[in-house]
Every structure is written in C-alpha cells, then in structure tokens.
Design a binder for this molecule. Structure first.
Ligand code: ATP
Ligand code: ZN
Length: 290
C-alpha cells in the first residue's frame, strides 16, 4: 500500500490549523464552535489541571476553575504544576500557566470550598448567566472526595446542568469517567459509580492517615478520556458513553449506560426523572418518533 505524507502546506504556524484539520478530515462539523463554549473544571489537582490544559490548548472560549488548595511539593508526582508554583493557590497558578499557553481563553479562577454552605451558594451563583440559567456548557468534576461530588450533583440537578464526573482509584491503577444528564441518566446519588467500577467504596477514598497512591500516567489518561468525551459532547462527534472505565492492569475499558433509579435518595432527581418521562410520552414526542 502506498503511504502518503500529509501535505505540508496545510500546516502553518497557527496552532489552530491542526485543530481545524479535524474539520477538513470530516471528524468535526464546525470546530470553531469551541470558541463559544464555556467549561467549568471543579478541582484542579492531578486530573483537573491536565483537563484544563487540554481544553486551553483546544481553544475553548471560557474556563471556570475551582479549587481551595495550594500547590505543594508533594503534588510534583503529577503533571502540570511546577516547583515554582509551590505556595500559590492551585487556581492562581493554573490561571497563570493557562493564559500563557493560550491567551485567547478567558480563565476565571474561583478559590473556594464548594461543600460549605457559603461555598455551595457561591459555586452555584458563579455558574449563572444574566437570565438566571447556567452559563456553562459542561461541568467537569475532578475532585477527589464524595462530599464534593454530592455538591456538584446537587447544583447540577438544581440548574439542570449536564456534567461529567471523573475518578481515579485509591490504588492509582484504575479510573472512570461518567456523563450525567439530570433526569435522563443516573445522577451521582442514583448509583455509587466507583463501586460499580472496581468494588472500591468511594467513601473510603479519603481515609484519615491512609496515603492514597497516585500515578501521573493514570491521572493523565483519565484527564484525556474526560476531555475527549467533553469535546465529543460539545462539538457533536462520535458517541459519548454513559460510563467509561479504565483498568490499567488488564488494559480493559468497560463501557455501560447507567439508568436513573426511581428509588434515588435525591428528591429533585426523582422529580426530574418524572418530568423527563412525561416529555418522552408527550403527544409531540410520540409523533416525532412515529
Ligand atoms: P492528594 O489528596 O492525593 O494529595 P489532591 O488533594 O491534590 O491530592 P487530586 O485528586 O490531585 O487531589 O485533586 C483533587 C482536587 O480537588 C484537589 O486539588 C482538591 O483541592 C480539589 N477539591 C477537593 N474537594 C474540593 C472542594 N470541596 N472544593 C474545592 N476544591 C476541592
Ligand atoms: Zn438520582
């Protein structure tokens, strides 16, 4: 078979030309739409900082980044942050680096704990546009604890905001991403996801005095899976799995769809499920399907 080299003229010095090539090759219809997208990344640790960098290099319009922590030397086994960032808040250090990489991206940094009462309200209102609805296209959850995920889940149910959740196991060798659409897919409280994936109870992840393992490889892979799903979702190409797992020991990537549970402990989730059900059975929807 004849191997053809890609013609050099299509690649100029503009970093966007390689991204626009996705369009010429028929993968994405209108790549420029990425400029109008707003993504919130909650938690800019091992997964979130890398996800934010990927979105920045892809030319997303606006990034909202959230974290309460500072960069420490102990974080240097991960990608993105550098020793000179030590002592800075993760949000400020990330904002600085991301703007250097791509000044076209508007980065808003929020140094806050989203799980406190005040934090919950501040987090929710930072997402609102002038019309009182969410101004973000997608929220990426890159936090490492159960409470923060429950908070994101609640805010997303209240705003009817689609989001993607990510996680890396305590032993650092497996991870997952999950797409959550209020009323349509399981919410975070319908089914505990890590239990599904690896038999690990999420609540034990942050055990006092237990040092969880972490690998830049697994976190980088999970960040890549997460942002790939985010791009597919926002630019309508390929298909986005409800759940995608990654087991590095067996090179296994299980996928599944997770249906919402009628017995979910979250009342708002149950209400949104009923509304979705009514929409699906409305005369308009039935006609459209016929
Ligand atoms: P480790 O616990 O292994 O030292 P880490 O705390 O940096 O690492 P990561 O998994 O790398 O954890 O990243 C998760 C990120 O989410 C952290 O930067 C953490 O500060 C942030 N995060 C967790 N909970 C909250 C919260 N309630 N509000 C804001 N940010 C949060
Ligand atoms: Zn639910």
């Amino acid at each position: 078979a004849k191997v053809e080299k890609m013609s050099a003229e299509v690649v100029d010095s503009n970093p966007y030309s390689r991204l626009m090539a996705l369009q010429r090759m028929g993968i994405v219809k209108d790549y420029e739409r990425i400029r109008n997208k707003t993504v919130a990344v909650v938690g800019v640790g091992g997964v979130g900082s890398v996800a934010a960098e990927m979105l920045t290099r892809c030319g997303v319009g606006r990034l909202l980044i959230y974290d309460y922590d500072k960069v420490e030397l102990a974080n240097m086994n991960r990608l993105f942050f550098r020793p000179e960032h030590c002592g800075m808040t993760k949000t400020d250090a990330a904002r600085k680096t991301l703007q250097e990489i791509n000044p076209d991206v508007e980065v808003e940094s929020y140094t806050m704990n989203i799980t406190t009462l005040k934090g919950f309200e501040a987090f929710k209102s930072s997402l609102l546009g002038p019309d009182g609805k969410s101004r973000v296209d997608l929220i990426l959850s890159c936090v490492d604890n159960y409470e923060a995920r429950i908070t994101i889940n609640q805010v997303c149910l209240e705003l009817q905001q689609n989001w993607m959740e990510s996680g890396v196991s305590e032993d650092a060798v497996s991870g997952h991403i999950q797409t959550l659409i209020p009323g349509v897919t399981a919410c975070f409280q319908c089914v505990p996801p890590l239990v599904v994936a690896s038999g690990i109870d999420e609540r034990t992840l942050k055990r006092e005095g237990v040092c969880a393992a972490s690998l830049p490889t697994t976190m980088g892979i999970v960040a890549g899976l997460l942002v790939q799903a985010a791009l597919k979702y926002m630019l309508d190409f390929g298909s986005v799995s409800g759940y995608l797992g990654y087991n590095s020991l067996k090179d296994h990537f299980p996928t599944m769809e997770i249906k919402p549970s009628e017995a979910c402990v979250n009342t708002l989730c149950r209400q949104l499920q009923r509304e979705e059900e009514a929409r699906r059975n409305s005369p308009e929807a039935l006609e459209a399907r016929a």
